[in-house]
Design a protein around this ligand. Structure first.
Ligand code: C2O
Ligand code: CU
Length: 426
């Protein structure tokens, strides 16, 4: 736009989706029947969004992974009533990354995401050097949101779940079950998002080929990490680069995820395997650049620079023994502070932890160095049972003593049932 603001419009609405042949399933979407458009903006740009709610109940839209003022964050304190419009605006100021957006209404997040409301929000950084990553959107740079659902006999969404909410057997990539992607280049970059409400995946390929993980939640890893599996819990992202040979077919699959020391009786889908997306290489593939050995230099976040250490015990539906209370501020952070959050999963079941506003780093896990795949900017961290994660983060720019940010489990049933706390930055 002429005033330099990039404007988006999103309308949350009811629709129907054909997940299975001949069956129309009622779903919700942004500007359509399911999911939503990919939003894209560059570092330095001012973004403005018009969020319209045409659903029969209040919702909200949260910009997951975005550094922005608390009043623009789209959490439970920014509800959008039916028929209303919400107009957040902020300036993008963070590295290139695969972010996403989804509803965050108080106590109703699981259902709103499960019904289909979610979309990608990609950030670019025009000043970043070219490190050989494929970047033709939809051609060799493809966002893939993976979700699981269950359908009742009449084709409607089954909302009943267990300890982590619904674990579905109908797994979709970008809303499609049993879909494929035609690959026309030697290398393809998949921006994987676990958009499920409760399921953790371990993605790999049916022939166990090695791929490169190049980015995590908040942007590039310092160097590509060679891997055959990438574990993603709900809300987490990984960008991977896969090399293909002409004419071949291989499937992206979710293998049995290693969930850590989970108590017997809480399998949490640990035995489930699913094909997610078939990659079909064309008979001739266009050459792709080599991925560079060094992708980025991360700003150091050093333990010695931390001003404050906070401890969080996660168990049941509580953080530090308390359930979410919309009227209670749990933590007060000083702007500019570097903080260590020592988070322990004191439970026998899996959780994860998502912190709004920041991209954090994993300092250590039970005192040991994190794996290389966790060496980049993160906003959501899987918490294996009975382990302690030390996370380091810096809170910059935005203060608001009256409007809190959220920190919570991204197993959305847990969030809805109280595993969430509020912090303000002052
Ligand atoms: Cu992805 Cu607080 O949410
Ligand atoms: Cu949880």
């Amino acid at each position: 736009a002429a005033d330099g603001t990039r404007t988006f419009r999103l309308t949350a609405q009811e629709g129907t989706t054909r997940f299975l042949d001949g069956i129309e399933t009622p779903t919700w979407g942004f500007d359509g029947d399911l999911l939503g458009p990919t939003l894209r903006a560059s570092r330095g740009e001012q973004v403005a969004v018009e969020v319209r709610n045409e659903l029969p109940e209040p919702t909200s839209v949260h910009w997951h992974g975005m550094h922005l003022p608390a009043a623009m964050d789209g959490g439970p304190h920014q509800p959008v009533d039916p028929g209303e419009v919400w107009r957040p605006t902020w300036r993008v100021d963070q590295p290139a990354a695969t972010l996403w957006y989804h509803p965050h209404p108080h106590g109703r997040t699981e259902e709103h995401v499960y019904r289909g409301l979610a979309g990608f929000f990609l950030l670019d950084d025009p000043a970043a050097p070219d490190v050989g990553l494929p970047h033709a959107y939809g051609v060799d740079d493809v966002p893939v949101v993976v979700q699981d659902r269950n359908l009742d006999d009449d084709g409607t969404l089954d909302l009943d779940g267990g300890e982590v909410g619904v674990l579905g057997s109908l797994v979709t990539a970008n809303g499609v079950h049993g879909g494929h992607l035609t690959v026309t280049t030697e290398r393809v970059r998949l921006r994987l998002l676990n958009g499920s409400t409760g399921r953790t995946y371990a993605f790999g390929f049916t022939d166990d080929r090695t791929f490169l993980q190049v980015a995590s939640d908040g942007g590039l890893l310092p160097s590509p990490v060679e891997a055959t599996r990438v574990r993603l819990s709900p809300g987490e992202r990984a960008e991977i680069v896969v090399t293909m040979t002409p004419g071949e077919t291989v499937r992206l699959r979710s293998f049995r995820p290693d969930l850590g020391r989970v108590a017997a009786g809480f399998a949490m889908g640990a035995n489930d395997e699913f094909d997610v997306l078939e990659l079909r290489a064309a008979d001739a593939l266009a050459a792709s650049p080599e991925v560079a050995d060094v992708l980025t230099t991360l700003e150091p976040l050093r333990e010695a620079d931390a001003d404050v250490t906070r401890t969080f015990s996660v168990a049941g539906r509580e953080i530090n023994g308390r359930r979410m209370d919309m009227s209670r501020i749990d933590e007060t952070v000083e702007v500019g502070a570097t903080e260590i959050w020592e988070v322990r999963n004191d439970d026998a079941v899996p959780h994860n932890l998502h912190v709004h506003d920041v991209q954090l780093r994993v300092l250590d896990i039970d005192g040991g160095a994190p794996p290389a795949a966790l060496g980049g900017p993160k906003d959501t961290v899987y918490l294996e049972p009975r382990r302690t994660y030390r996370l380091i983060m810096r809170f910059e720019d935005y203060t608001d003593p009256a409007v809190p940010y959220m920190v919570h489990c991204h197993l959305l049933l847990h969030e809805d049932e109280g595993l969430m706390a509020q912090f303000v930055v002052v």
